[in-house]
Design a protein around this ligand. Structure first.
Ligand SMILES: [Fe+2]
Length: 235
């Protein structure tokens, strides 16, 4: 089939990427990791590109921003999906490791990639992988909250993501340095935390040594995202 419709959208406040994928023929589409404050932009993009939103996928329960999933679901009737171990009960469906989601002319495969959170899931389709906060461009997600585990993140990166074809494009949930995409090969070679020459023990040492402050919105975002971004006031 012809190339997928693809857009990489950005939220400047949380440095979050939202991705739109759609079948060029039937116009059925998917949004990955929408941000609440950007729902109007997303709806406008869908309308302008004549895409009918079928699914909204979350890579994980985010701590730094509130998801636009529930608002988009209400506006479009799209179904919300998230990893089976995410701990949310607001989704329309859960995706287990290896499970495939059919979106008209293309398919998305869920890859369980825990470590940043226990329920993190990456999504692979058509030579692209959406890695959430597991693998960043030249970085990784942190592992110091939401049942994070540097051991598990190492396994997810090295035993799952790095087994994808080398030319697979890597699209993370965030970038803080103006980078937009990478490849599996580049990350194996140049990721300062996760390149293949770094041992598991070194990786764990690096992650445990990070002294990061909590995301500003963590106490607001996590409870809201466990409800797919539904605000208590709106219920
Ligand atoms: Fe995150």
């Amino acid at each position: 089939m012809a190339e997928l419709i693809f857009r990489q959208l950005f939220d400047t406040e949380s440095s979050t990427y939202t991705y739109l994928l759609a079948d060029p023929k039937t116009r059925a589409g998917v949004l990955i990791d929408p941000v609440l404050e950007r729902v109007a932009r997303d709806l406008k993009t869908l309308q302008e590109l004549d895409v009918k939103l079928k699914f909204i996928l979350e890579t994980h329960v985010h701590a730094d921003h509130i998801t636009g999933a529930d608002a988009l679901r209400a506006a479009t009737g799209a179904k919300v999906g998230i990893g089976a171990k995410s701990g949310v009960d607001c989704a329309d469906f859960l995706l287990a490791d290896g499970e495939k989601l059919k979106v008209d002319g293309f398919e998305i495969t869920a890859l369980s990639t825990p470590g940043h959170t226990a329920g993190c899931t990456s999504y692979f389709t058509s030579g692209m992988v959406f890695t959430g906060d597991a693998l960043f461009i030249r970085g990784t997600g942190r592992t110091d909250f939401q049942d994070g585990s540097p051991e598990r993140l190492y396994e997810s990166i090295h035993k799952k993501l790095f087994l994808l074809p080398n030319d697979t494009f890597v699209y993370p949930a965030h970038d803080y340095n103006g980078q937009t995409r990478s490849t599996i090969l580049e990350e194996k070679a140049f990721n300062p935390r996760a390149k293949t020459s770094i041992s598991k023990d070194e990786f764990i040492g690096i992650l445990k040594g990070l002294k990061l402050s909590d995301p500003k919105k963590i106490h607001e975002a996590v409870p809201a995202n466990l409800k797919c971004g539904r605000s208590e006031a709106a219920r």
